[in-house]
Design a protein around this ligand. Structure first.
Ligand SMILES: C[S@@+](CC[C@H](N)C(=O)[O-])C[C@H]1O[C@@H](n2cnc3c(N)ncnc32)[C@H](O)[C@@H]1O
Length: 464
């Protein structure tokens, strides 16, 4: 029998890493043999019965398909708040009650730890944004579509852009700025960049907004020089600054690289300066367009407070802040310890960390721009041995070499801040080998309505 487009009713059995429901469909192929097709069904929940239409796809073993209909609803299913939810790839769990999302995030952490034989009872309930889990982001990157749309990528399709008129996770002023740029670009029929043909002018729009100082940055990423568009740029600057006087930086970036990233070969300041001031935990930071700065400041501040509490830092201690970025943890810690060494691979972040320390009258820090492993060797040689290590690696984790290096130091405590429970669980296996015990894991939800979760964990050296 020939395989054709067919509709199936399936039960969602689990969730994949992207937060989509998963199910298996047994179906007859052209050869007459029955084969399994694994389907990922976004916007569904475990236990739900859903109807899906599977397109004709011979020999395919996996498919990603939006549901036609939910036949049996999960009790925690809620109506999405955002009108763009169904198509927009920005947040994947708006159909799930916030409480349900937090329980799932907790369960994921517990499961990753169980897999590595850690005691899961040390995992505390996730600290969420229960009062208001919306408009939490201080940075957004929007994309221009090839037909002039401006918004976020379509769910499961990076070629298409959803033309947004609202975004419920972005700060409200950020949406207002996005709409001003969107109207301006459409009025002047500025062509969006086509990723296939590599032709077109407008690529990305980055907006930053400090929730404390209120300062905003608007950065346009394009394929051309601003001089070729000078007749329409004043209009944009006037509109933005009239309606949003808190904007302190408007920039035009030229980016002709094929990589689909917000990077700049040549930056032109159209208005104000090339950075904004932000604040976190009471410390002042300069934030450039390419600075890694925690995107949910309300919750990030909780991470910092938890790390301080777990570390029990005191003025006798020397500590290393590994993967320190611009110093989000370094500055508050530096005021509590004798000396702090920060290590980070991105040179501009280290320059920024040094400047942030100076701006905040902190003079007991030593910052080094180097990769974590070599940086540790150099710090130990030139600066000395720490009494405490704090690490906050990227999603890929710190890796065995770095973790063994930390383990060999035999500090009493290691505080690990993680944005990926899977790599966190893999990394801390190494510390266990060096005699450390997992004492406490406190998850914090920095990204409501997405699958991501952060955590702070305390590892202590076991008594001999
Ligand atoms: C999750 S961020 C944390 C930054 C900082 N702790 C904060 O909260 O702002 C991870 C940082 O690790 C840095 N990084 C990535 N790979 C690295 C490596 N191999 N060695 C050192 N730093 C690295 C990134 O540039 C980034 O700043």
């Amino acid at each position: 029998m020939t395989e054709v487009t067919r509709t199936y009713d399936v039960t969602i059995k689990g969730l994949d890493k992207k937060g989509s429901g998963t199910a298996t469909i047994r179906r007859e192929e052209i050869t007459g043999r029955n084969k399994n097709l694994k389907v990922s069904v976004p916007e569904t929940l475990v236990g739900e019965e859903v109807r899906v239409t599977v397109p004709n796809a011979l020999g395919r073993r996996r498919a990603n398909i939006l549901p036609d209909e939910i036949l049996k609803r999960h009790p925690e299913r809620v109506g999405p708040e955002c009108p763009h939810f169904e198509l927009c790839g920005g947040c994947v769990w708006q159909h799930w009650s916030y409480e349900g999302q937090l329980k799932e995030k907790h369960k994921n952490i517990v499961n990753f730890l169980k897999d590595k034989d850690f005691d899961p009872s040390v995992v505390q309930p996730v600290i969420g944004m229960n009062e208001d889990p919306w408009h939490y982001r201080n940075k957004m990157e929007f994309t221009f579509g090839k037909n002039g749309e401006l918004g976020l990528h379509e769910l499961g399709n990076f070629r298409n852009v959803i033309d947004l008129d609202t975004c419920l996770i972005a700060g409200k002023n950020m949406t207002a700025a996005m709409l001003i740029v969107s109207d301006w670009a459409k009025k002047h029929e500025l062509p969006g960049y086509n990723k296939d043909t590599k032709v077109g002018l407008m690529r990305h729009l980055m907006i930053r907004e400090s929730q404390i100082t209120g300062e905003m940055m608007v950065a346009l990423f394009t394929t051309d020089n601003p001089e070729n568009h000078s007749n329409i740029l004043n209009e944009l600057v006037e509109k933005l600054t009239e309606q949003l006087p808190q904007i302190e930086s408007i920039m035009w970036m030229k980016n002709t690289d094929i990589a689909d990233r917000t990077q700049s070969e040549d930056t032109t300041i159209l208005y104000g300066r090339d950075f904004i001031y932000d604040e976190m935990s009471g410390y002042k930071y300069r934030v450039w367009f390419d600075t890694f700065f925690q995107t949910n400041p309300v919750q990030a501040q909780k991470l910092v407070e938890l790390a301080i509490e777990m570390a029990e830092a005191n003025k006798e201690m020397k500590m290393i802040d590994l993967f320190c970025g611009v110093g989000t943890f370094s500055l508050p810690f530096a005021n509590r310890v004798k000396e702090l060494a920060g290590i980070e691979i991105v040179e501009s972040s280290i320059e920024s960390a040094k400047r942030n320390a100076r701006d905040n009258d902190i003079d007991n820090t030593y910052f080094l721009a180097q990769d974590a492993r070599r940086g540790m060797d150099k710090v130990l040689e030139e600066w000395g041995t720490p009494d405490l290590v704090l690490l906050d690696p990227p999603r890929s984790g710190a890796g065995g070499k770095v973790m063994r290096r930390i383990g060999r130091l035999q500090t009493d405590k290691v505080v690990y801040v993680s944005c990926n429970p899977e790599t966190f669980a893999e990394d801390i296996v190494w510390l266990r080998e060096f005699g450390y015990e997992l004492k406490r894991v406190q998850p914090v939800d920095l990204f409501p309505h997405t699958v991501h979760v952060e955590l702070v964990a305390l590892m202590s050296r076991m008594e001999e």
